[in-house]
Write a protein that binds this ligand. Structure first.
Ligand SMILES: [Zn+2]
Length: 228
């Protein structure tokens, strides 16, 4: 903090953007209120104890408001699980996140040139993503694609027990779709001449079916999602 104002750019280097946003809404203090000092909020006396940090992290992971741990039990490709873990922790380096971390000067979307490429824009707001969702969804891959809270939307679709028209688990199709959207976006960054495939549904369907064939015997598929 300096001059009674939060140094948001510094905070953004070490904290997720949503946390920085919440901090910015807190009064930064009064002039003459003394020097700043660190107070640990998870202990009654304000001092740091490893035990309080451990208990705090356990409590956060068990929070019913954000039940992300179920992703480790999803029957989906391992690389997609790791991608989801990064995504759900808001660690995906979109251009907005790269900018607030001082890694880039442009926060704009590399696909549509919208001024801010946030995670929500990447997955649901970008016109290229919208076109891809429309091609692949057929009303079953993602519910209410462009509405509501982003995290709620992610969890609802990843915990869906529905099947797609091709009799594949909806959560498999959905999670693969998220991963491909990121993959194709990164391709665009490293190769500006590349573009989203004209038939993304064929690629994602094949990816899902190949993975199923490699990992499950067709006659004994038990692909229902299991949650903690
Ligand atoms: Zn865009």
């Amino acid at each position: 903090m300096t001059n009674g104002e939060w140094m948001l750019a510094q905070l953004a280097i070490v904290l997720p953007w949503n946390i920085v946003h919440r901090i910015s809404s807190i009064h930064a203090g009064k002039t003459h209120s003394g020097p700043d000092k660190v107070i640990w909020g998870l202990s009654n006396c304000g001092e740091f104890f490893v035990k309080s940090a451990y208990l705090g992290s356990i409590e956060a992971e068990r929070s019913p408001l954000w039940p992300w741990r179920f992703i480790w039990n999803l029957k989906i490709p391992q690389r997609v699980i790791y991608f989801l873990w990064t995504l759900l922790h808001e660690k995906i380096l979109t251009n907005l996140h790269r900018t607030v971390r001082g890694m880039a000067v442009e926060s704009s979307c590399p696909r549509c040139n919208c001024s801010i490429e946030s995670i929500d824009h990447l997955l649901r707001g970008c016109k290229e993503s919208i076109i891809t969702w429309e091609k692949i969804s057929k009303g079953s891959t993602a519910s209410d694609v462009f509405k509501g809270d982003l995290k709620r939307w992610l969890v609802d679709n990843l915990q869906s027990g529905k099947l797609t028209d091709d009799n594949l688990p909806n959560y498999l199709h959905f999670s693969n779709m998220l991963w491909f959207l990121w993959k194709w976006r990164c391709n665009k960054v490293f190769n500006p001449n590349s573009s989203t495939p004209h038939s993304p549904q064929l690629i994602i369907n094949k990816f899902a079916k190949d993975w199923m064939d490699e990992n499950f015997v067709a006659s004994s598929r038990d692909v229902g999602p299991s949650f903690l």
